[in-house]
Design a protein around this ligand. Structure first.
Ligand code: GCO
Length: 255
């Protein structure tokens, strides 16, 4: 079987929240598979630092600093891509935040902030990318879900609801955009070693729980999402639509 099937040569990938963490790892992996990268983040300095590192590794990297929750900023970013003749072939909706607090103590503003960052942003960027992809009859949308797209954990309700929404938004995108030649799929990371989870990793009880609940008996590494991301961004997944692929060491399938 040709590895061409998984090549992203000649394709441009926009990865939101790619200054660090899962987004940075996924972007690097897509770059190594041949894609030109457009990194996104809200912090220009952090974004440029990540871009410089990846350019230092020989990757073709552009940056687009904007807030994925700000509709005007999203529209302006895509207008800028249009003006530069930059066609986004692959959109990875990775940007997300975590906010851990029991619902009875949760402020509505915090609820809205998590939903906007983790879910509404995927709609805002997906809609703008799909408008343009549809004119070309092809495009890949890869949304980053979570184990919490399926299972709830106490104290992370807005994150859980948003990630459940990401799974169903992925299916809605497939339902409406499949006929336009686009494929929309999701990746469901398990418990990964990221800044967002630093406090959990450092907590012996939580660390033990993750290792006990996961057949792989370990946390995942961000780079372990690259295979799924390349697959869902490449021709290898041209007949895959609306799916969520769990990269979780088996955690989602065991009691
Ligand atoms: C938490 C974690 C999880 C993981 C991941 C699991 O507080 O439980 O942050 O949400 O980050 O989403 O798939």
């Amino acid at each position: 079987m040709s590895t061409e099937l998984f090549s992203l040569a000649g394709r441009t990938a926009l990865v939101t929240g790619s200054s660090r963490g899962l987004g940075r790892a996924i972007a690097e992996g897509l770059g190594r598979a041949g894609a030109r990268l457009v990194l996104n983040g809200v912090n220009p300095e952090r974004l440029e630092a990540a871009a410089a590192e990846l350019r230092g590794e020989g990757l073709d990297v552009l940056t687009a600093a904007f807030d994925v929750t700000d509709e005007a900023a999203v529209l302006a970013a895509f207008a800028g891509f249009d003006a530069e003749g930059l066609e986004i072939d692959i959109l990875v909706n990775n940007a997300g935040i975590q906010f851990r607090k029991p619902m009875l103590e949760l402020e509505t503003a915090d609820w809205r902030r998590v939903i906007d960052t983790n879910l509404t942003s995927a709609f805002l960027l997906g809609r703008e990318a799909a408008r343009r992809m549809a004119t070309r009859g092809r495009g890949k949308l890869v949304n980053i879900g979570s184990l919490t797209s399926e299972l709830a954990r106490a104290t992370v309700a807005p994150y859980t609801v948003a990630k459940g929404g990401v799974k169903m938004l992925t299916r809605a995108m497939a339902a409406e955009w499949g006929e336009k030649g686009l494929q929309a799929n999701a990746i469901g990371p398990g418990y990964m070693l990221t800044d967002m989870n630093e406090a959990l990793v450092a907590d012996p009880a939580f660390d033990g729980w993750v290792k006990g609940r996961t057949p792989a008996r370990r946390w995942g590494r961000p780079e372990e999402l690259v295979g799924a991301a390349v697959f869902l961004s490449s021709a290898a997944s041209d007949y895959v639509n609306g799916q969520i692929l769990y990269v979780d060491g088996g955690m989602s399938v065991v009691l």
